[in-house]
Design a protein around this ligand. Structure first.
Ligand code: FAD
Length: 508
């Protein structure tokens, strides 16, 4: 039958079995739509990266002999409405069947189901053939459990896909080398240049601006560095293996003003758009490591692989186990608005001005900047998780709801009350100071708790525990914090200091 197949912007998977054969009865539909540019204010680099990658993918399919119908954002016949576009195509070209790959977002899943209900032809959804597990796997795996422990899921993945295994045992006798992966970077000379792909972007930017799409952040041709095709993505992966893997684990948590990327792979956008598959990434990294075991420790490799077949895969499963309720959770009932400097980076706190500034400049921050600097602050300051989610969903190149919301609302803000994590990720200035050089460039003093110039993290940290005592005190992993709090001689002073800061978050 004459078939219309939809390809969403994050389904750029050239290895999908759809493309195994050329079939003249099949047309692939790809759309640049306002519903996608407008569901949140995205970083300009994110919109550009999506459109460029989609256009490259359409071109690739064309050269392979597939029929693609691609509609640009500014095309006259673009009604900007997914339902109308699909209905219009079906009617005009007399398609007899409609097919789509299961989307990763709840929003699109619901929308596509509803579109199909109203189409007069048979509709079918197929797997996106990207993840290691099916949507419901995590839900079934943790059936009946309150906390979904990532580590047990991760070990199962290692066994099921024979990754870093020695028969039934983990290679070198240990599942997890996280304890070895916590160093601060002391020597600049270790840093490597990232593999970037600067490219002309002015035409796409012009189109986006002309359409009045509301965006955040900056873009410059020479600084637009993201891979926007499978070929470029493979180069970034190769660069990771040859240049960065050697120190990935060591400095995974390091915080520094020296470099935005450190030894991180910059592969999240390529994977989230499916230009690379998670399994091919970990298999390539494992194979590379096996050939270079004399120079690269297993801790670097295991740390990296855990992020992908562990955290990434697990977050996707949590999303399908807990949506749509997850998006409403607000365990601490936090209500504050984000301070204005989240959109400028203009705060005296160096850790935040650097991490937020970098996010706005590059659409990127690494995990510990997202978790222990920006997210940590938002949680301590009691920001409403909706506000935090909107910001994260907009600002990062890799932000798609299934992986953004589970990380932000779940892991970072503990708004799920402990589904993703067993305790909130909060810290005082001490941790940030220990992990890098932000504090030595700061207007505040990391060692000062109250008074002029005291780092806000210090008093906000105790304010957070103090105001959430009822909700947290009985958590066995937290009890210690309350014993310390109750012994503090200047407890009242600390709480008052935090109250002062909370009154004027915009001025920090
Ligand atoms: P690397 O450090 O090189 O890690 C390799 C890969 O592991 C990443 O590309 C990513 O695919 C995966 N990974 C690592 N940590 C996680 C994690 N916690 N969850 C899922 N995958 C992980 N990641 C996103 O892809 N999209 C998001 O919207 C997103 N939002 C986040 C929000 C918060 C508050 C936090 C704490 C983390 C978030 N992450 C998100 C996870 C992680 O920070 C990014 O995947 C990572 O920084 C991307 O950079 P990289 O490719 O250089 O990662």
């Amino acid at each position: 039958p004459k078939t219309l197949r939809l390809i969403l912007g994050d389904q750029l998977n050239a290895q999908h079995s759809w493309f195994d054969e050329k079939d003249s009865s099949v047309t692939y539909l790809m759309l640049e739509l306002r519903q996608e540019t407008d569901y949140v204010a995205h970083h300009i680099q994110k919109v550009v990266a999506f459109f460029l990658s989609m256009r490259n993918f359409a071109q690739l399919l064309n050269t392979q002999g597939h029929t693609v119908h691609y509609v640009q954002l500014d095309q006259e016949d673009n009604s900007q409405d997914l339902k109308k576009m699909i209905q219009g195509m079906v009617k005009k070209h007399h398609f007899e069947q409609f097919e789509y790959q299961l989307p990763d977002e709840y929003r699109l899943d619901t929308q596509l189901k509803s579109i199909c209900k109203n189409l007069s032809i048979p509709c079918r959804s197929v797997d996106s053939e990207h993840f290691l597990t099916e949507r419901e796997y995590v839900k079934d795996f943790f059936h009946g459990k309150k906390t979904f422990l990532m580590e047990s899921f991760y070990r199962q993945m290692r066994k099921d896909f024979t990754i870093l295994m020695d028969g039934k045992e983990p290679l070198q006798g240990k599942w997890n080398f996280d304890h070895e992966n916590r160093a601060a970077l002391k020597d600049k000379r270790l840093l490597r240049k990232p593999k970037t792909h600067p490219k002309p972007v002015s035409d796409v930017v012009k189109m986006i601006k002309k359409a009045n799409v509301k965006t955040i952040g900056k873009i410059a041709e020479e600084e637009f560095t993201w891979p926007c095709s499978r070929e470029e993505s493979l180069e970034v992966l190769d660069h990771f293996c040859t240049q960065l893997l050697v120190h990935f684990g060591d400095y995974q948590d390091a915080l520094t003003t020296w470099d935005p990327f450190l030894f991180h792979s910059r592969l999240s956008f390529a994977m989230n758009t499916k230009m690379l598959s998670p399994l091919e990434v970990v298999q390539k990294v494992e194979a590379y490591w096996k050939e270079h075991q004399d120079t690269i420790a297993i801790s670097q490799t295991e740390g990296f692989i855990r992020q992908i077949i562990g955290w990434r895969e697990y977050m996707r499963g949590i999303y399908w186990a807990k949506m749509p309720e997850f998006a409403e959770l607000n365990f601490f009932n936090h209500q504050r608005k984000l301070p204005d400097w989240f959109w400028t980076g203009d705060t005296k706190m160096k850790c935040l001005s650097h991490s937020i500034g970098q996010s706005l400049d590059l659409a990127y921050a690494h995990h510990i900047q997202r978790l222990m600097v920006i997210g940590n602050f938002a949680l301590l300051a009691g920001i409403h998780p909706d506000e935090v989610d909107q910001w994260y969903l907009g600002v990062y190149i890799d932000a798609i709801e299934w992986v953004e919301i589970t990380n932000t609302r779940g892991m970072s803000q503990f708004a799920d009350g402990g589904i993703v994590g067993t305790k909130p990720y909060v810290s005082s200035a001490n941790y940030i100071h220990k992990m890098g050089n932000y504090c030595s460039h700061c207007a505040y003093s990391s060692s000062k708790k109250v008074g002029e110039g005291a780092c806000p993290f210090n008093s906000l940290y105790w304010h957070f525990y103090n105001r959430n005592r009822e909700k947290l005190e009985n958590n066995p992993r937290i009890g210690m914090a309350y014993r310390t709090l109750d012994k503090l001689k200047n407890k009242e002073e600390l709480i008052n200091q935090a109250e002062e800061y909370l009154k004027n978050l915009d001025d920090l």
